[in-house]
Design a protein. Structure first.
Length: 525
């Protein structure tokens, strides 16, 4: 049995993950090496389970986004809150909340506002599928409390406010009683146990939530892990204590992901972590080299396994006549005019080429600025007609008795666009019809490279990396003048594109499925 402890912790509070509201931007890409590893075990049928140390009321929606909903989960907070799937109450509906008499609900694209006598007394935030995430109670415009709902439909915790600021948070049993009470005042993080549930804990008071979780995790690991089991722990400061329990006959794997900065930390706990495990995994070669150089005594334990996102479909874009090119843009960097002009030249020279300038979680100002610059360059340095495409309405989009608007006929648009992607799902949908990826940054974006090779899409970079090999599944240019050659290599001939696809398939096979498990077992032997 393999047990996985991921590092899916909250950005603001380590031990609580708040589900992002659908109308707000996600600040990070969710994909990491734990997701990749769990998909491998799910695809092979190898027995495995996920251990969740922290409070994660929307866990199942997260797992659903990552195609991992069927994964067995052992949750510390499910144990604390007495959650048993077979005994769960019916999911709460709007009518189940107490608002008093004479209230009205105003529905906006963002949430439901609860009004009474012309005053807003509450806000209900919903998930993308209409499930209730939080219910906020207000009085005189000030928040009094916020109820967090578990994605299985019950009130999981309540944050009580004092003078508009969080005062304490109650974590509830499924019967409605509070089990834990955590102070939320500035400078206070103490946790108190309800005397009714005192027998479930070793103490009645804990300095921090981390102390309580470490206690419960040690108990869970001792009970769950048996002779011959494996424990795979994602490298993160919060996970370091979980490596300490003596688990007889259980071997441990420490897994590093380049998206987390634990590798760079100068922390004695980091070195202890490396010494407590049997195998150290990293999903980038530079991470492996860095660990071996820093800790030569454990260098033999360090191994490299690249991550891939198997939600993408290989080679789907070859079914389309047009060639969509995905041009990754960093939100914190401004591309030079020379770079933009070089890209627009390829659009002008290739009537079937369309550029998508892609941002991840950027503010609207960055998108508007780039769009304005592109239009200016198109009008000042090119024949605009060479960059435009006629946009006639599609007759199939209209009903039997409908006619297209004459004002739309003959409308033209440029064969480039600027888009903002707020989630991995949106990126995956876009890449499904993408023919080529361009990332001219000093350090190519990791998830874009992972997604590109996972979909078999060749990539153009200015820097070599382990995911892109020159003339095998990509083209590494040294000067912008080479962009024309790189575009022609993959867009004017089918053979190089197919070779890149085959190469991607081979790379993925090396690092997915049963082969990975066999490698792990070989390293653990």
């Amino acid at each position: 049995m393999y047990y996985f402890i991921p590092a899916w912790y909250g950005a603001e509070r380590t031990w609580q993950v708040d589900s992002p509201l659908w109308y707000r931007m996600r600040q990070t890409v969710e994909f990491d090496e734990s997701i990749h590893q769990l998909r491998i075990f799910q695809s092979t049928g190898k027995e495995h389970a996920l251990i969740i140390p922290h409070y994660f009321p929307q866990l199942r929606y997260f797992l659903h986004r990552q195609d991992l909903l069927e994964t067995e989960c052992l949750s510390i907070f499910d144990q604390i809150q007495g959650v048993h799937q077979e005994d769960l109450p019916l999911p709460l509906q709007l009518d189940d909340f107490s608002w008093g008499s004479f209230v009205t609900f105003l529905y906006s694209p963002f949430h439901i506002m609860v009004m009474k006598a012309g005053q807003q007394v509450g806000v209900i935030d919903l998930g993308p599928d209409g499930n209730i995430l939080t219910v906020t109670y207000q009085k005189d415009g000030v928040i009094r409390s916020v109820q967090y709902l578990d994605d299985r439909g019950f009130i999981s915790s309540i944050v009580y406010y004092q003078e508009g600021q969080p005062h304490f948070q109650d974590y509830l049993h499924t019967n409605g009683e509070w089990v834990l009470r955590e102070r939320r005042d500035e400078g206070h993080r103490s946790v108190y146990v309800n005397p009714v549930f005192a027998s479930d804990f070793q103490k009645t008071h804990y300095p921090t939530m981390g102390d309580l979780i470490n206690e419960k995790m040690a108990q869970l690991l001792q009970e769950a892990c048996q002779e011959g089991d494996r424990l795979v722990v994602a490298a993160h400061a919060a996970n370091e204590p979980f490596l300490h329990p003596q688990l007889e006959g259980t071997k441990k794997i420490l897994s590093f992901h380049v998206g987390r900065d634990f590798v760079e930390q100068e922390d004695p706990a980091f070195e202890r972590s490396c010494q407590l495990v049997d195998v150290i995994l990293t999903d980038q070669l530079k991470g492996k080299e860095g660990l071996q150089a820093r800790f030569p005594l454990v260098a033999d334990k360090v191994h490299h396994i690249a991550s891939y996102d198997t939600r993408l479909r290989l080679g789907n874009s070859q079914q389309h006549k047009e060639s969509k090119v995905f041009v990754y843009q960093r939100a914190d960097q401004v591309p030079a005019d020379e770079e933009l002009v070089a890209l627009l030249k390829e659009v002008a020279a290739n009537p079937l080429v369309e550029l998508v300038f892609a941002f991840y979680n950027a503010d609207q100002g960055r998108l508007s600025d780039l769009e304005a610059r592109l239009v200016h360059l198109a009008e000042s340095q090119f024949d605009p007609g060479s960059l435009q495409a006629g946009m006639s309405p599609d007759p199939s989009a209209f009903g039997e008795n409908e006619l297209p608007d004459e004002d739309l006929e003959g409308e033209v648009g440029y064969r480039f666009s600027v888009k903002n992607f707020l989630s991995e799902v949106e990126i995956i949908q876009e890449l499904d019809e993408t023919r080529l990826i361009v990332d001219l940054g000093v350090e190519p974006d990791l998830y874009t490279q992972i997604a590109g090779i996972s979909a078999g899409i060749p990539q153009i970079n200015q820097v070599a990396s382990e995911y892109v090999d020159h003339l095998k599944n990509g083209y590494v240019i040294e000067e912008l003048d080479e962009l024309c050659v790189a575009f022609g290599h993959y867009l004017s001939k089918l053979k190089p594109w197919n070779e890149a696809l085959i190469y991607a398939v081979q790379k993925i096979r090396e690092n997915t499925g049963q082969r990975v498990i066999e490698k792990w077992e070989g390293w653990l032997a």
